[in-house]
Design a protein around this ligand. Structure first.
Ligand code: DOR
Ligand code: ZN
Length: 429
């Protein structure tokens, strides 16, 4: 059945639209966007006073399938995505087995399409087993549909190997997503290095562990002319390095995550393992630099680095706890309160970073836009609604977030994927 979204404030930076409009969906495509569209027989969704966006795209999630289905699956991760307004995600390769050959790429597409909730695209590993030693068969995985190359979770420590990966990636038009961490500097570290790590008696991870690798990778991007995308930027100097690289016209893009513009290292007080993440939560100064990078265009994308972990992996001594927090269900609300209400970005600027730009970086055709003929992936958001994060109501299979009890500003009302309503007012299709 056709669907018409009536009278919402439509924000679609890809078609320069930021005004009250109707959106008509026919089949799995956007048929028309404009005022007073007549659509006899269509299902009508009243969007008066609400915001209507192209479906959000999260270019950095860990769905844990295959291998750790006790932590997350395509089904539970997709439900979390839908509740957060995400219609497409890129899932990282650090699964078990690793997404490091054509067979696993094919498995992801086959299993994810059985789920049929959102669009799931795989990132493929740069090196076999994420070991940093031997390149994967990049061409075969590109052909099977991998949308990016990444050893995320681990850096590629050998610069020569990353250079060759960038050269192959360029031949196949894929971006390389780099997890920037010099593991010699970060070794045994558990949180940001500074006053608080000293006070807590925890070994610190200096910002330089991230920054030296950002700088190295920028040089390799220049050397090869390949597309480099820096994952989860957390440090002030990383933002500055990317800003300078863009001035030098090097092909580099980058992302940050909601936790880096919302939380600081203070969240670790009390040895709260739910605030343990890699790269670690940093200082107030870093948080301010990340916001500046978002507002001046240095940071291209907001991704969640959704990283589900079991209770067994988190409910242990801080040094031994796993890194990561879940993020899909909170990202848009946090962006609303910390960025839009705080005037770091306007809605159009935010939607660029959480839909249009990720679609561009990953070359997802028909995504990230509400222009006529685009795929009918749409998110309806009520920026005024308030709710409190309740562990019992988290959709993700894992509950590891330091946000439990925090008041959220704004809620997703409807998420449409491929012209079908998959989530509406708290209920799944
Ligand atoms: O905190 C993190 N968790 N950072 C990463 O790079 C990997 C991720 C995970 O897979 O849990
Ligand atoms: Zn990472």
């Amino acid at each position: 059945m056709d669907i018409i979204l009536k009278g919402g404030h439509v924000v679609d930076p890809a078609s320069n639209l930021d005004s009250e409009s109707d959106v008509l969906i026919k089949g799995d495509k956007i048929a028309q966007v404009g005022k007073n569209i007549k659509a006899n027989g269509a299902k009508t969704i009243d969007c008066k006073g609400k915001l209507v966006f192209p479906g959000l795209i999260d270019m950095h999630v860990h769905l844990r399938q295959p291998g750790r289905e006790d932590e997350e699956t395509f089904v539970t991760g997709s439900r979390a995505a839908l509740k957060g307004g995400f219609t497409s995600v890129l899932c990282m390769a650090n699964t078990s087995p690793v997404i490091d050959n054509k067979g696993v790429v094919e498995y992801i597409y086959a299993e994810a399409s059985k789920t049929g909730l959102i669009n799931i695209y795989p990132a493929a590993a740069v090196t076999k087993g994420l070991e940093g030693k031997e390149l994967t068969e990049i061409g075969q995985m590109a052909e099977a549909g991998a949308k990016a190359l990444s050893d995320d979770g681990k850096p590629v420590m050998n610069a020569e190997i990353l250079r060759r990966a960038l050269e192959y990636a360029k031949m196949f038009g894929l971006p390389v997503i780099s997890h920037c961490e010099d593991t010699n500097l970060s070794k045994n570290g558990a949180m940001n290095e500074g006053f608080i790590s000293t006070k807590l008696g925890l070994k610190g991870i200096p910002r330089a562990s991230e920054v030296v690798m950002v700088m190295r990778d920028i040089e390799l991007a220049e050397l090869t002319g390949a597309k480099l995308h820096i994952a989860h930027v957390s440090a002030k100097e990383s933002v500055e390095a990317v800003r300078e690289a863009k001035k030098r016209k090097i092909k580099v893009t980058c992302e940050t995550c909601p936790h880096y513009f919302t939380l600081t290292e203070e969240a670790v007080f009390g040895f709260n393992t739910k605030a343990k993440v890699n790269p670690p939560l940093r200082s107030k100064e870093d948080l301010a630099a990340v916001k500046k990078g978002l507002s001046d265009g240095t940071i291209d994308a907001i991704s969640t680095d959704h990283a589900p972990h079991s209770i067994e992996e988190k409910d242990v001594e801080f040094d031994f706890a796993a890194n990561g927090m879940i993020g899909l269900e909170f990202a848009l609300s946090l962006a609303n309160t910390e960025l839009v209400k705080d005037k770091v970005l306007d809605w159009s600027g935010l939607i660029k970073k959480i839909s249009a730009n990720p679609a561009g970086i990953l070359d997802l055709k028909g995504k990230g836009s509400l222009a006529e003929g685009s795929d009918a992936d749409v998110t309806v958001f009520d920026p005024a609604a308030e709710w409190v994060v309740d562990e019992k109501r988290i959709e993700s299979k894992s509950k590891n977030t330091p946000l439990v009890g925090r008041k959220m500003g704004g809620t997703v009302l409807v998420t449409i994927v491929g012209g079908k309503i998959k989530y509406e007012n708290g209920k799944f299709e």
